[in-house]
Design a protein around this ligand. Structure first.
Ligand SMILES: NC(=O)c1ccc[n+]([C@@H]2O[C@H](COP(=O)([O-])OP(=O)(O)OC[C@H]3O[C@@H](n4cnc5c(N)ncnc54)[C@H](OP(=O)(O)O)[C@@H]3O)[C@@H](O)[C@H]2O)c1
Length: 317
């Protein structure tokens, strides 16, 4: 399997261009047995993935625990990059230290490679510089190596960076996939100008781009997708126009629609590192197979054009 690496933002550290998101290791998505999680981590690593994204809130710590244990048991700590996230509710100065300490313990590591602020503090009125400087101190103490931001608008990314004096953030994590392209307006150009890595989450639109789901064949989701606007009939009818093109190109490239959807993101910008989630080892392997080849420009443009027509509505009631 051909791995493909990129340098992560300005730090120049080598990471695989496809990562593995492990929110799936939680009740939200349904991988709740450790042995199942371990097989997914192993399959991803064997297929060339060395970047793993978790968060404190995923399964209230379960995802961190499973990921850390799998990495330890597989003996691959020195070869992987572990990214986790601290939620917007835990950003008071003392909480940043406490939460990081708990994360280190759950992951079973001495240092976290990338600590991301999961989302800005929305309702506790914590000043931006309070948590950014606490994170900076954690870098100086050697508890975390790098800082990233997730789900921040550009204005707040700028404000957060201005709080730091001895380091800078290395990445922004954003909702970005073929049918949700809002980040192209401001966030991605900003990241390119400032040498920051872009980590697209839900890069497969939560499975809507894989070809498994059609407007006529939509399960009653029992997981986090039960209330996901992407899966309304109105939105799925539009998304399916993109899926049809991916399916058509599947034969030409010998790749699955999921691989084509991920490859499109990789070819769109040089600094993207999508982190598809996988519920089974085969999915992790399939997603890793988006690395090591490229779309012909005319095919990239064809997907681009059909995807530009999609206008997802999040008004569901
Ligand atoms: N920063 C944030 O706020 C934020 C928010 C959301 C997610 N994330 C991160 O991003 C990661 C990925 O996002 P996501 O899980 O929301 O969505 P996603 O990666 O777009 O979709 C994942 C789902 O698609 C299906 N799938 C995956 N690979 C497949 C393949 N090759 N073929 C067919 N189906 C496949 C699986 O579900 P089924 O098999 O059941 O269809 C899987 O659970 C998460 O694990 C998490 O680490 C971050």
């Amino acid at each position: 399997m051909a791995t493909e690496y990129m340098e992560l933002g300005w730090i120049g550290e080598k990471v695989s261009r496809i990562g593995l998101g492990v929110w799936q290791f939680s009740e939200s998505w349904g991988v709740t047995e450790y042995e199942d999680a371990k097989k997914i981590v192993e399959a991803a690593f064997d297929a060339g993935i060395n970047f793993f994204d978790t968060a404190i809130v995923y399964g209230m710590g379960k995802s961190e625990e499973f990921l850390g244990r799998a990495i330890r048991e597989l003996g691959i700590r020195d070869e992987v990059f572990i990214a986790t996230k601290i939620p917007g509710e835990m950003l008071a100065r003392d909480d940043v230290f406490k939460a990081t300490q708990n994360s280190l313990k759950r992951l079973g590591v001495d240092v976290i490679d990338l600590m991301q602020v999961h989302w800005p503090p929305c309702w506790h009125n914590i000043p931006t510089c309070e948590y950014m400087r606490a994170l900076e101190q954690l870098v100086l103490q050697g508890k975390i190596r790098y800082i990233g931001l997730s789900d921040f608008p550009v204005e707040l990314v700028e404000a957060a960076r201005n709080c730091l004096s001895t380091t800078d953030i290395v990445s922004i994590q954003i909702r970005y996939n073929l049918v949700e392209r809002e980040a192209e307006a401001e966030l991605i150009p900003y990241a390119l100008q400032n040498d920051l890595a872009v980590i697209p989450w839900s890069p497969l639109a939560k499975g809507a781009l894989t070809g498994k789901y059609t407007p006529e064949n939509l399960p009653e989701f029992q997981d986090v997708r039960a209330r996901e606007p992407l899966f309304t009939r109105e939105n799925m009818e539009q998304i399916y126009e993109v899926v049809k093109v991916l399916e058509e190109l599947s034969g030409k490239y010998g790749k699955t629609p999921a691989q084509l959807a991920l490859r499109w993101l990789l070819d769109a910008y040089p600094n993207t590192l999508p982190i598809p989630g996988a519920k089974r080892p085969e999915q992790a392997r399939d997603n890793a197979g988006a690395m090591g080849w490229s779309l012909a420009h005319e095919d990239w443009l064809r997907i681009d054009q059909v995807s530009r027509r999609v206008k997802i509505s999040r008004v569901t009631y």
